[in-house]
Design a protein around this ligand. Structure first.
Ligand code: ATP
Ligand code: MG
Length: 461
C-alpha cells in the first residue's frame, strides 16, 4: 500500500507547520492536529497510511495515539517524534509498535530518511517473512539458543520429559529461560494442541491465588458473583506452568499435593469433586531444599514436583553461548524493527563475554533490543551496549543518568573551554556561551566544589 494519507500531530506550531509543508511538497495528503485529542478524533474518522506524532502533547500523548492506531488500524505506520534527551520514551514507543522515531530538532534530510524507510516497509516485511521462517528452522526447540554442553543436556532432558506426562521442576536464576523450557516441553509433547496455562504464584495474594488455581462457586466469598473455572480446569488435558512455586503458603501446598496425588480438587465454596488430567511444570529461583529446611516448603510436595528436575545454569557459567545468543537477538530485533544491523564487533563480543549478567539471558536480550531500537548502525559497537546495574529496572535509571551525565560533561567541557579562551573573563565567556554571568558564576562554583577547577581560573574576573 503506497503512503498517501498522512497525519501530523504536534502541539508545537513550528514543527507542525514545517513537517506538514515538507510532506505536502512530497505530494502527500497531509492533515495536521495540534493536540492529542484532536489527533485521536481524526484517527477515528479517517484512514491514515502514516501517522507522525509528537510524544509529549496536551490531552493525549503520542503513546495513546500509538495504542489507538495499533488497535484500530494496525497496518498504519507510526513514527514518533521526541525531544532531544528523552530517547528512552522513544524506545518505549518502538517496543509498543512504533515504526521509527525522530529526535527533534530534525533536519529535512533526517525526515526524508525515515519516511523513505517507511515507504520501503512493505517490501522489507515480505523479505522478513522469509527470513523469519529461516530463523525458526535453525533452532531445535522454538526460540531456544545455545550450544554449550549444559544447554545440550537441557535439550535432551526436554526431549525425554516431553514424551512422558511427568511433573517437571525447572530451577535457575531469573532470566535463565525457565519459561522457555516449560513451553518447549509443552509444545514438543503430545499435549501441544491442548492448552498451555501459566500462573505466577508470587503475583497474587494467598486467597486470590487459591481461587485462580481451583476456581470458585458463586457466592464462595464476597465478590464471587458467578462461578469461575480455575487454571487447573482450564489446563485440563494440557500443561499448567506454576511460576515461583516457593511463594505458596503451606496450606496451598497441601492442596497442590492432593491434586498431584489424586488428580482432583474442589472449587472454592464447592463440594463437587473435579477430576483433571494436567501436566504440571513448576519453576523457582530459590533453593527448595533450603526452604524445606526452613519450614517454608513441604518436603512431600517437593518430591512430587521434582520428578524430573531441570536446572538452568546462569549465563555467566556458559559464556560460550553469549556470542550465539547475541547474534540471534540481533537478527530477531533487526527484523522486528526493520533495522539494518549486520554484525557485532569483536570488541562488543568481548565486552559481552566478560560481563557477569545478573539478569541472565533476559538482560542480554534487553541490551541488544535497546541497541537495535536506538539504531546502532550497521555494526554493534561497545558504546551501544548499556549494561544494567541491577534487575529492578536499573537499566533505564542508568540510561537516564548516562544521558544527563554526558550532557553535563558536554556542558562542562564547553564552559571550561570558553572560559579558557576568554582568559578567565566571565563577562565575555557568559556572552559567548549565551548564558547570564550569574549562571556562569554558579557553574564555576559548582566546579570548584567538585575540585574540577583546582588551580585553574583563580583569577576569574
Ligand atoms: N536459551 C535461550 N535462547 C533464546 N532466548 C532465551 C534463552 N533463554 C532465555 N531466553 C529469553 O530470555 C528471556 C527470559 O527468559 P524466561 O522468561 O524463560 O526466563 P525465566 O527463567 O522464566 O525468568 P524469571 O525467573 O524472571 O521468570 C525471554 O525473552 C526468553 O525468550
Ligand atoms: Mg519466568
Amino acid at each position: 500500500v503506497p503512503i498517501e494519507q498522512v497525519l501530523v500531530a504536534d502541539d508545537e506550531p513550528i514543527m507542525r507547520e514545517f513537517l506538514s509543508e515538507l510532506l505536502r511538497r512530497k505530494n502527500y495528503d497531509v492533515t495536521a492536529a495540534s493536540d492529542g485529542a484532536t489527533a485521536l478524533d481524526l484517527i477515528g474518522q479517517g484512514s491514515f497510511d502514516l501517522v507522525m506524532t509528537d510524544l509529549k502533547m496536551p490531552k493525549a500523548t503520542g503513546l495513546d495515539i500509538l495504542k489507538q492506531v495499533k488497535e484500530t488500524s494496525p497496518q498504519t505506520i507510526v513514527i514518533v517524534m521526541t525531544a532531544y534527551g528523552t530517547v528512552e520514551s522513544a524506545v518505549e514507543a518502538m517496543k509498543g509498535g512504533a515504526y521509527d522515531y525522530l529526535t527533534k530538532p530534525c533536519s529535512p534530510d533526517q525526515i526524508d530518511v525515515v519516511i523513505n524507510k517507511a515507504v520501503e516497509r512493505q517490501k522489507l516485511l515480505e523479505e522478513n517473512q522469509f527470513l523469519r521462517s529461516e530463523l525458526a528452522r535453525e533452532c531445535q526447540f522454538e526460540d531456544m539458543i545455545g550450544e554449550s554442553p549444559s544447554m545440550r543436556k537441557i535439550y535432551s532432558a526436554i526431549s525425554k520429559v516431553a514424551a512422558s506426562h511427568a511433573t517437571v521442576l525447572v530451577t535457575g536464576e531469573s532470566g535463565t529461560g525457565k519459561e522457555l523450557v516449560a513451553r518447549a516441553i509443552h509444545y514438543s509433547s503430545a499435549r501441544k494442541d491442548r492448552p498451555f496455562i501459566r500462573l505466577n504464584c508470587a503475583a497474587l495474594a494467598e486467597t486470590l491465588l487459591e481461587s485462580e488455581l481451583f476456581g470458585h462457586e458463586k457466592g464462595a466469598f464476597t465478590g464471587a458473583t458467578s462461578r469461575r473455572q480455575g487454571r487447573f480446569e482450564l489446563a485440563h488435558t494440557g500443561t499448567l506452568l506454576l511460576d515461583e512455586i516457593s511463594e505458596t503458603s503451606l496450606s496451598l501446598q497441601a492442596k497442590l499435593l492432593r491434586v498431584l496425588q489424586e488428580g482432583e480438587f474442589e472449587r472454592l465454596g464447592g463440594s463437587k469433586t473435579i477430576r483433571i488430567d494436567v501436566r504440571l511444570i513448576c519453576t523457582t529461583n530459590r533453593d527448595l531444599r533450603r526452604e524445606i529446611a526452613g519450614g517454608h516448603f513441604r518436603e512431600d510436595l517437593f518430591y512430587r514436583l521434582n520428578v524430573v528436575p531441570i536446572h538452568l545454569p546462569p549465563l555467566r557459567e556458559r559464556r560460550e553461548d553469549i556470542e550465539l545468543l547475541t547474534q540471534y537477538f540481533l537478527k530477531k530485533y533487526a527484523l522486528r524493527y526493520n533495522r539494518n544491523v549486520m554484525s557485532v564487533t569483536p570488541q562488543s563480543i568481548e565486552a559481552l563475554e566478560s560481563y557477569d549478567w545478573p539478569g541472565n539471558v533476559r538482560e542480554l536480550e534487553n541490551i541488544i533490543e535497546r541497541a537495535v531500537v536506538m539504531d546502532c548502525g550497521e555494526q554493534l559497537d561497545p558504546e551501544h551496549l548499556l549494561f544494567h546495574t541491577d534487575l529492578a529496572g536499573g537499566g533505564l535509571d542508568r540510561a537516564n543518568s548516562l544521558a544527563t551525565n554526558s550532557l553535563r560533561d558536554m556542558e562542562q567541557t564547553l564552559i571550561l573551554r570558553v572560559l579558557d579562551e576568554s582568559g578567565g573573563n566571565k563577562t565575555r565567556a557568559a556572552k559567548e556561551l549565551g548564558i547570564s554571568v550569574r549562571t556562569l558564576h554558579n557553574k564555576i562554583n559548582e566546579y570548584r566544589r567538585q575540585g574540577i577547577l583546582e588551580g585553574k581560573f583563580c583569577t576569574v574576573r
